[in-house]
Design a protein around this ligand. Structure first.
Ligand code: AMP
Length: 281
């Protein structure tokens, strides 16, 4: 497995690969890798000649400095894991390599970055769009892989690809879960044993909400139910629960007639912020 920390030699390496007609798949991550990330890697391996995994904790997408500071960093372990699953290339730059001073480039996505995550994490998606654009420009992959868990992020990246005319096919991979339903997340590493148990309430609330909506309950009543389930759990706090049109992320008050609605939830267990979602079927 090749490991690059610098852009110039990484670009030269990829240019040679491309010259031999090989296809390149990119899986951008912030590390602390788990089986969810590996599902993305595996899909890329099945669909491309060469798979690149980037590991970079991007400061411009953190609106909360404590969250950035406490974000788990396990690079050595991640590299071992990637080697074991046969990933071809790891790109793990530092901040100086990715940013020369403070970036003045900001993105505005209209509705897409004003609701849900965008409402509670101002500037987050601008930072995501910036770093993903940099990765796309450096790697020039044929395909790039993202998780459904970050559905709003996927919608934003789709917009970036459309607007900036990146010649890249995007793929969204279903959320990989623990045996009890908790969505795998690097942030789960920060949960204590008791908090880890409680964190499943987000999954249970999503499932209960889906069931109620499928039985014709009003979105308003379902929001109340979710609020009670989450905030009724000690040490757990709901930030938002929304039902949205998964294509344009417009928040919905009614699901009747809506195209493929998605149920999105975010909140805290202690000071650890978790998100999850599920499609209404
Ligand atoms: P992160 O390292 O959290 O920035 O995630 C890197 C990529 O992995 C993103 O596209 C995420 O959506 C995806 N991802 C994170 N958790 C999961 C999961 N449990 N299942 C599938 N993909 C995931």
């Amino acid at each position: 497995m090749e490991i690059f920390k610098k852009i110039a030699p990484f670009r030269a390496f990829l240019k040679e690969i491309r010259g031999t007609g090989k296809s390149i798949g990119l899986v951008p991550t912030m590390g602390a890798l788990h089986k969810g990330h590996l599902a993305l890697i595996k899909t890329s391996q099945a669909e491309n000649s060469l798979t690149v995994c980037s590991i970079y904790v991007n400061p411009t997408q953190f609106n909360n400095p404590v969250d950035l500071q406490k974000y788990p960093r396990t690079l050595d372990k991640d590299v071992d894991l990637l080697e074991k699953v046969g990933c071809d290339v790891v790109f793990c730059p530092d901040n100086d390599e990715m940013y020369e001073g403070e970036s003045q480039l900001h993105f505005d996505f209209g509705v897409l970055d004003k609701v849900m995550e965008g409402r509670f994490r101002p500037g987050h998606f601008s930072g995501v769009a910036l770093v993903v654009s940099k990765f796309f420009n450096i790697v020039l992959p044929d395909k790039a892989y993202f998780g459904q868990k970050d559905w709003q992020q996927f919608a934003i990246i789709k917009k970036v690809v459309e607007e900036l005319k990146f010649n890249i096919q995007l793929h969204s991979i279903p959320t990989y879960r623990e045996h009890d339903g908790l969505a795998m997340s690097s942030r789960n590493l920060r949960l204590s044993g008791v908090q880890r148990e409680k964190a499943t309430v987000f999954y249970h609330a999503l499932m209960a909400a889906k069931d109620q909506l499928n039985h014709g309950k009003d979105v308003r009543d379902v929001k109340l139910l979710v609020n009670n389930m989450i905030n009724g759990t000690q040490d757990v706090r709901l930030e938002y629960f929304e039902v949205a049109d998964s294509t344009n992320l417009n928040v919905l008050d009614f699901v009747n007639g809506a195209k493929k609605p998605i149920l999105c939830i975010a909140g805290y267990v202690g000071d650890v912020r978790l998100i999850d979602n599920t499609f209404l079927d």
